[in-house]
Write a protein of this length. Structure first.
Length: 203
């Protein structure tokens, strides 16, 4: 496979990008100057080297020192320690955090589970999440925040059942985002006002 075709294949794996858009990306890059390409590749390398995965919530963040292991959210003592919101991806976290409606902690599950998938552990950080909850002494409410799609609702059921099956020394309330999110909505594209309404009316 030649280099342009391989690059096109890589772009096609980006979220929401199809083969035609991937081809346009390749042609766009081929039309740019060597200095642009050099800056582009350097920035990708710099961002990758300067990013890390939080040891607690598992989201990607830009760390300030090599010793950083927690993101700014998880290391902030002002955040509400009793609530834990579970989202599928980093982009969902960004949308909810931007709304300003939630001041607790997060856990990035790493994706969702398709309806017909019989091995959810291979798709999401389910066991890591359960260990995180079991080891926490402060969390009293868990908010499931997934897309209101079949896969999102299926994932919510899997996570809810797994949490309820845990033998914990304290009661934990499991809720989901409420009215405000229409069926089929993807959190990444929901506006802040809708997020605030859904958070306020969680059930």
């Amino acid at each position: 496979m030649d280099s342009p075709r391989r690059l096109e294949e890589i772009f096609a794996h980006f979220p929401g990008i199809g083969p035609r858009q991937a081809r346009r990306f390749v042609y766009y890059l081929l039309s740019k100057s060597p200095s642009f390409i050099s800056e582009f590749t350097s920035l990708v390398e710099e961002v990758r080297k300067a990013s890390s995965t939080c040891n607690s919530c598992h989201r990607l963040f830009m760390f300030k020192s090599i010793a950083s292991s927690l993101c700014t959210i998880c290391s902030d003592p002002q955040r509400t320690q009793t609530t834990l919101m579970i989202v599928a991806r980093d982009s969902d976290f960004e949308t909810i955090e931007k709304s300003g409606a939630y001041q607790g902690l997060y856990f990035i599950l790493g994706g969702t589970v398709p309806l017909m998938d019989s091995e959810p552990e291979k798709r999401i950080r389910l066991q890591v999440l359960l260990e995180h909850i079991s080891n926490s002494s402060t969390v009293s409410e868990i908010i499931l925040s997934f897309n209101t799609t079949p896969d999102g609702e299926h994932t919510a059921n899997i996570v809810r059942n797994a949490i309820q099956a845990l033998s914990l020394s304290r009661p934990i309330t499991v809720s989901i985002l409420g009215r405000g999110l229409s069926t089929g909505a993807e959190l990444e594209y929901v506006d802040s006002e809708t997020i605030r309404s859904a958070f306020k009316n969680r059930a």
